[in-house]
Ligand binder design. Structure first.
Ligand code: G3P
Ligand code: CA
Length: 241
């Protein structure tokens, strides 16, 4: 069965990358989560997509210029002001603590292509190990040097390169860096690429699949997982296939 991974949580209906969005994704029936990690000035791991806080919170500036205590005062509700209470930017620690009480799998994206947060890989790995979650986590990044480094530090944790563009034979590339799968943009995951990858034993988990026609196609071709903003919609469509 193709797993449904909720992109930044249930981001279609709730503020992205918040505990609320993660909990709602679980309620909607997602088997897993995808979220993004950055690092604060005092070297704490936090769950937020952009390098800057401006788009998703009521603050301004770079995540890396905030200490955790200051960052936690921001409200991550973004355009969901109608929600009754403020949502803080979660720490990786609190997300993993919550996750360990669920059966969900989880794709942690290291957001370190623009700002190369030093030591991020090791800090993430130590936390994953501390919660005993190594077999439920996939570490991905557009920074492929970083995921190879993650693999070298923790070969027991799965890695997956993010591919925004199509590669001729992405499964060969994945194998060459010891990845058991790769995460392509859905446009870079035509049926023949998905089939050839699966036949080679390499998993394919396209992002960010929100259109009904693409969800249907990727379920039909038996992708390992899809990453979507709308897990409820994806579940409905998967149920009809
Ligand atoms: O992990 C897949 C996807 O999240 C990568 O793009 O920009 O949404 O983090 P982005
Ligand atoms: Ca992401």
């Amino acid at each position: 069965m193709t797993l449904i991974l909720a992109h930044r949580g249930y981001a279609a209906e709730y503020p992205e990358n918040t505990l609320l969005a993660f909990k709602e994704a679980e309620k909607a029936g997602a088997e897993g989560l995808e979220f993004d990690v950055q690092m604060t000035k005092d070297v704490e791991l936090v769950v937020i997509h952009d390098e800057m806080v401006d788009r998703t919170t009521d603050g301004t500036g770079l995540v890396k210029d905030y200490n955790l205590k200051e960052l936690r005062k921001l409200d991550a509700r973004f355009k969901f002001e109608a929600l009754p209470k403020k949502e803080p930017i979660p720490t990786l620690d609190e997300v993993l603590e919550w996750l360990s009480g669920t059966g969900m799998v989880c794709n942690i994206e290291l957001k370190n292509s623009i700002i190369p947060y030093e030591g991020m890989e090791e800090k993430v790995i130590n936390m994953v190990r501390a919660y005993g979650l190594s077999d439920r986590i996939i570490i991905s990044s557009f920074n492929h040097y970083s995921i190879v480094q993650s693999y070298l530090l923790a070969p027991e944790i799965e890695i997956a390169p993010l591919l925004s563009e199509g590669l001729y034979m992405p499964w060969i590339y994945a194998q060459s860096i010891k990845a058991k799968g790769f995460h392509p943009h859905w446009r870079a995951a035509p049926d023949h690429i998905v089939r050839a990858s699966l036949e080679s034993g390499i998993e394919v988990r396209p992002y960010t699949v929100n259109k009904e026609i693409e969800l249907e196609r990727l379920f039909k071709v038996n992708c390992s997982a899809i990453i979507t903003d709308d897990p409820a919609k994806a579940k409905r469509i998967r149920g009809k296939i």
